[in-house]
Design a protein around this ligand. Sequence first.
Ligand code: F6P
Length: 519
Amino acid sequence: MASPAFPRCDDTGAWKALRQHFDGTGRGFDARQALQADPARVQAFSLEAPQVFADLSKNLLDAQADRLLLQLAQECGLTAQRDAMFAGEKINATEGRQVMHFLLRAPRQGGADARLSAELAQVHETLARMLAFAEELRTDASITDVVNIGIGGSDLGPQMATLALDSFVAPGKRFHFVSNIDGHELAAVLRQLKPEGTLFLIASKTFTTVETMTNARSARQWFTQQGGRDVSRHFAALTTNVQAAAEFGIGRTFGFWDWVGGRYSMWSAIGLPIAIAVGAQRFRELLDGAHAMDRHFREQPLERNLPVRLALLDVWYRGFHGFTSRSVAPYHSALRRLPAYLQQLEMESNGKRVDRQGRELPYATSPVVWGEPGTNGQHAYFQMLHQGTDVVPVEFIAVKKPEHGLAEHHPQLLANVLAQAAALMQGKSDPGGHRHFPGNRPSTMLLLDRLDPRSLGALVALYEHRVFCAGALWGINSFDQWGVELGKVLAKDIAPRLASGDTVGLDASTAALVQRLRD
Ligand code: F6P
């Protein structure tokens, strides 16, 4: 069933009222003064979600804007749009697909709508098979290296999560992630391997992605050239395209379904490296954490719904303040791949310029999402955040309890995250001078108690739903990615020209570069 047309954000009364409010007092709102004047502000702009506490009080958001944004969500039918996704409607209309990554973490009993019970049963069947394999492998000391070959969603999620959960990874196995078609990456990994000690996981939803298939072929060739025997024991495929995996010569396949978007797939068989790293029980905790966030998103009213509130902030900052980017600053080094993961999640989902009907949008959509782990960023680009000409909202992620016992470190880390958020907000007066900090620079603080499988699952699901909400308000399809196609097609055309030297039909610049690369 196609989803009904929902009003686009700019078709609502709330949007017009927001424009008026912004042009009046909204633009000049000073959160620093508001925090001073209203002792209840922190409380009013704090939210409690499963595993994640959020303080939004340092954002450029006054009570009126907040009220109007919630009205905007209502007028856009955000809850009905959300329910359409959870009901399994084909909300990814340009690809004619359902969007059901939430099903991958739903409990077998009562975890999802009854009409999705057949899909849910398949999910649990595959999950059990995949986790049994993960456990078997964990006890197999002869396999010392697990190499995930995949790109985009078939790389970023498992890589980010395996790193994030490093404190929970049993020793004895090394994990490698090869995504780039640049042979330097694969070659550097192969140098460290022995065929008899290696398991290659070929991770590709489509099993056609050029980068992945090229790396997979080279890995297989290396394996046989190095005397490796038994491809079926040393290769497994994680894919929806079981037939292509079989044609490649891989018998052991863990499948998933076309209703799982690539960038939403770490909960599926694509998560196998995570499960091998942390074990079945902890992988289930990761799923449970995400499911708890799914329930929060489905059940909480708009005003207490954290993904909704974060998305409304995105719409406010892009559509009214005109902030072009958002920086993510995890104050936990194990979250170092989170910004890269979020780049795909957010920018591939919401980097769109037309609405669901294909009409050009008169407002801005996805911000540029970027960042590095906390204190490292402080000694690199935070200068620009504090004193540059652009305002960049920052999203800090801090973790209360560390997983290590090095007493001196964590209090300093926490002091730094608090200090940075306070400095951005408070600023420092030295009018006209080089030491002047304008202040009133917005940030959000997300706090986790610990970084463990459950909280990581909740955090990632929070981001997924936030992206969904922003896309729903902007009236776009967050689940296709046509923007990556053109470059792929052109690369296919150019590859043989580098060998043949044929430049007919290429633009003058590309033709000259082809020539130069052949000289
Ligand atoms: O090119 C973009 C993309 O389709 C992503 O959406 C996806 O995560 C990635 O390529 C990898 O695709 P696959 O898992 O099919 O190899």
